[in-house]
Design a binder for this molecule. Structure first.
Ligand code: AMP
Length: 189
């Protein structure tokens, strides 16, 4: 069973690599950002609550996110493995995820940390704003998301390293090159 977590700052390529890994290993790519954007589009209560956080680049509260992921991991397609993109983003989320995994007697096998220099992230995010028109890719929101990443999410690198499940991958180069690096690491485990 392949359980993967993709960790990395905004613009690191988690979404792109997540889709490819999902195809390669036949596991669902579960992107909490995509789930929230869908809820916003559908105008659900969750979407309405989440939108103000997302637009400013802040994190949606942990309780909300943990509830969403708990429900999603219960679905049939996640029983034989899953790939998480954008979750966990805080130590509290990571702890909740490990309790969820324990409760279902499966552990988080591999955490892929995509490492990209900040200068390159800023360029990619500015490009994505033009191509995808994401609301939260404005200059102010990008800046805030990077700050939030450094403060709340980057500590997860150490958290998972201490648990012996961290695999760091240079996230620069072509999409193919990065994908090759990830699958090579997963192959050798
Ligand atoms: P993403 O597409 O992963 O960059 O997520 C876009 C936005 O959704 C983030 O800036 C947050 O506002 C929110 N979001 C996504 N995943 C999480 C999470 N695990 N915890 C809190 N907020 C999240």
């Amino acid at each position: 069973m392949m359980n993967l977590i993709l960790l990395g700052p905004p613009g690191a390529g988690k979404g792109t690599q997540g889709h490819r890994l999902s195809e390669r290993y036949h596991i669902p790519a579960i992107s909490t950002g995509d789930m929230l954007r869908a809820a916003v589009q559908q105008g659900t209560a969750l979407g309405q609550e989440a939108q103000r956080y997302m637009d400013s680049g802040a994190l949606v509260p942990d309780e909300v996110m943990i509830g969403i992921v708990r429900e999603r991991l219960c679905r049939d397609d996640a029983k034989a493995g899953f790939l998480l993109d954008g979750f966990p983003r805080t130590v509290a989320q990571a702890e909740a995820l490990s309790r969820l995994a324990e409760a279902r007697s499966r552990s988080i096998a591999h955490v892929i940390s995509l490492e990209v220099p900040e200068q390159e992230l800023l360029q990619r995010l500015a490009g994505r704003r033009q191509i995808e028109g994401r609301h939260d890719d404005t200059a102010a929101a990008i800046c805030h998301r990077l700050e939030v990443y450094r403060r709340d999410t980057a500590p997860l690198i150490e958290y998972y390293r201490q648990r012996g499940v961290l695999r760091s991958i240079p996230g620069v180069g072509t999409v193919d090159e990065i994908f090759q690096r990830i699958t090579a690491v997963l192959c050798n485990l």
